[in-house]
Design a protein around this ligand. Structure first.
Ligand SMILES: Cc1cc2nc3c(=O)[nH]c(=O)nc-3n(C[C@H](O)[C@H](O)[C@H](O)COP(=O)(O)OP(=O)(O)OC[C@H]3O[C@@H](n4cnc5c(N)ncnc54)[C@H](O)[C@@H]3O)c2cc1C
Length: 344
């Protein structure tokens, strides 16, 4: 019988597993192994850097990639305007970042990678969860289940089906970087998506990606590539394609923190910026809050966790309010034409 089962070892699950008190018997399950990376831009925002600083964690240089980026080229194809805005991200290798966070988990936590959780049930206040590890199916009992399993969270689907959240399809392709100067651009084009697209240079590769409504997502991605090519960017041989779902939290009540022994952290809880799709900081922050509450031995985890994540929910609501300034083509045109905040 385990005290806590963490489903998912992205930034949220790995942070929680690292911070939980050693008195708990903890198991952490992830369907990835250390060679598999998440489909992600791999940019560490200032908020995420601040949280790592609060944890007193420094990043090893192996996690970083070449080049580091100081501004984003914002390409508004709806209005044919280009501007540069200063940014303070760290450009990293996302798989190495996730592996680094997992490497910090203390040895008392039982880690099962390459293991997919397929079923969770509750009987008389005790949960049982089933997962396949190294080809062997295991069913174990546990007191607390933590869903840290990202946008396509099976924990959220199993227990909080009624808490709907929009999910888009993210597609990225990695090309050998040909002759381009290093790139970091955000592309806005209503014909392609009502979210946004991007190009990022990483260690000799050019990534072209975007977040698209599920309908016609592949077709939309092809249009994006055509438009990027027509704008003069040349890309070499295709190295890999990756895709995943991304939560677009546009509702004021789309976040779900959980109750009755099943709690959600990170993107599974809907904690991701709907405007920039930045989510690593919210994942680590929500994990830290939940770890502190569990470690304190508090009996009403549900109420305390909801209360303590109020700050995150308010910040996400502010991001929703910011969206028209980014995604309404008339307001965006006005802002970009004025050059407010742009690098001249
Ligand atoms: C294309 C794209 C680009 C992005 N770019 C950035 C960026 O540049 N910067 C940024 O801050 N954020 C970015 N984000 C958002 C960021 O990736 C997420 O918000 C962040 O990864 C969420 O962390 P998490 O730990 O909550 O979930 P995840 O990182 O998604 O981790 C979930 C983990 O759960 C595991 N899992 C899922 N289901 C199961 C199961 N049934 N059994 C076992 N394990 C399971 C998965 O293998 C995974 O390891 C991007 C997202 C996308 C889609």
């Amino acid at each position: 019988m385990y005290d806590i089962a963490i489903i998912g070892l992205g930034p949220a699950g790995a942070t929680l597993a690292r911070l939980l008190d050693k008195k708990y018997k903890v198991i952490a399950i992830d369907k990835k192994n250390e060679k598999m990376g998440k489909c992600c831009g791999g940019l560490l925002s200032p908020d995420a850097q601040k949280i790592l600083a609060q944890f007193d964690i420094c990043l090893p240089k192996e996690v970083l990639v070449d080049p580091q980026i100081f501004s984003v080229k914002t390409i508004d194809l709806d209005n044919s305007i280009v501007r540069h805005y200063q940014r303070f991200y760290l450009n990293m290798n996302r798989a190495k970042f996730d592996n680094f966070l997992v490497s910090l988990i203390p040895s008392n936590v039982e880690i099962c990678s390459d293991s997919t959780c397929s079923k969770i049930e509750m009987e008389n206040g005790i949960y049982s969860f089933t997962f396949k590890s190294k080809g062997v199916e295991r069913t174990e009992k546990v007191r607390l289940i933590i869903g840290a399993d990202g946008a396509s969270s099976m924990v959220r689907k199993t227990f909080y089906k009624e808490k709907k959240i929009d999910r888009y399809v993210s597609i990225q392709e990695w090309y050998k970087d040909k002759t381009n100067p290093p790139h970091y651009s955000c592309i806005f084009d209503k014909e392609i998506t009502d979210s946004y697209c991007w190009t990022i240079s990483k260690d000799g590769y050019l990534i072209i990606g975007g977040a698209f409504p599920k309908r016609d997502s592949k077709k939309r991605f092809e249009i994006l590539k055509e438009k990027v090519k027509n704008s003069g960017v040349s890309f070499g041989e295709l190295v890999k394609q990756e895709s995943c779902l991304v939560s677009i939290n546009r509702g004021l009540f789309s976040t779900c923190s959980g109750k009755n022994g099943v709690y959600l952290i990170g993107e599974a809880a809907g904690m991701i910026s709907p405007s920039s799709l930045e989510g690593i900081s919210y994942s680590m922050e929500s994990a830290k809050i939940l770890a502190d509450i569990i470690n304190s031995g508090c009996n009403s985890i549900e109420n305390k966790y909801r209360f303590m994540t109020l700050g995150i929910r308010i910040r996400l609501i502010l991001k929703i309010l910011k969206m028209p300034f980014m995604y309404n083509k008339y307001i965006r045109k006005l802002i970009m034409k004025c050059g407010i905040g742009a690098v001249r």
